[in-house]
Design a protein around this ligand. Structure first.
Ligand SMILES: C[S@@+](CC[C@H](N)C(=O)[O-])C[C@H]1O[C@@H](n2cnc3c(N)ncnc32)[C@H](O)[C@@H]1O
Length: 177
């Protein structure tokens, strides 16, 4: 059983606003599915982007936030992480254009309105791509995305494990366009 860790955990001189123990399962999803690009919606300090970038050397990491006021220097000056100052709820094109590239992508929704993010972006995913979100059960739940994450198009990824461990992230893989 794992605590919520609302302030996340320290990673070098930045912070990751996730449950620390859940990161190993997120890494497994990236590794086992041979993800080539991670797109994070909601950067904050940038710790999540930095951690996945550090752990997967050939992974492209694009992270989006409407503000850079919290962004840590290690992320701001990273040559590998692409930080984008974009309001992703009002300007979807930058993310949709990345999803069009022929790279197997994990899109992680972690900003102000996860339900709207699924609404805007789930359709843009390619077969094999994965969509995930944080704050499952508090800010977003199955009924909110029942019309978007349908059984004919998506399969859950490791939901039993995330449920058992009381981790707040959830992931689905797209199977058909
Ligand atoms: C919980 S934090 C993200 C934490 C980060 N993913 C991590 O794991 O460390 C949420 C971030 O979403 C950003 N945000 C909120 N609404 C947004 C929007 N419409 N477009 C882009 N970013 C937004 C906030 O500025 C905030 O930095």
């Amino acid at each position: 059983m794992h605590r919520a860790e609302p302030m996340g955990f320290a990673y070098g001189d930045t912070r990751v606003v996730q449950q620390s123990s859940s990161m190993r399962a997120i890494f497994s999803i990236i590794r086992d599915n041979e993800i080539e690009t991670v797109i994070e919606l909601g950067t904050h300090f940038g710790g999540f982007a930095l951690m996945v970038s550090d752990c997967f050397k050939s992974l492209a990491v694009h992270t989006f936030d409407k503000t850079d006021q919290y962004l840590t220097d290690a992320v701001r000056h990273s040559k590998k992480i692409k930080f984008n100052k974009v309001d992703v709820l009002n300007d979807p094109d930058p993310v949709l254009n990345l999803l069009k590239l022929k790279k197997k992508t994990l899109l992680y929704c972690d900003n102000g309105d996860k339900i709207k993010e699924f609404d805007l972006y789930a359709d843009g995913l390619k077969p094999g791509d994965i969509i995930g979100c944080h704050d499952w059960g508090t800010e977003i739940d199955a009924k909110d995305i029942a019309d978007i994450i349908t059984d004919d198009k998506f399969v859950p990824v490791e939901h039993d494990l995330f449920q058992k461990e009381m981790w707040l992230a959830r992931f689905w893989q797209k199977i058909v366009k």
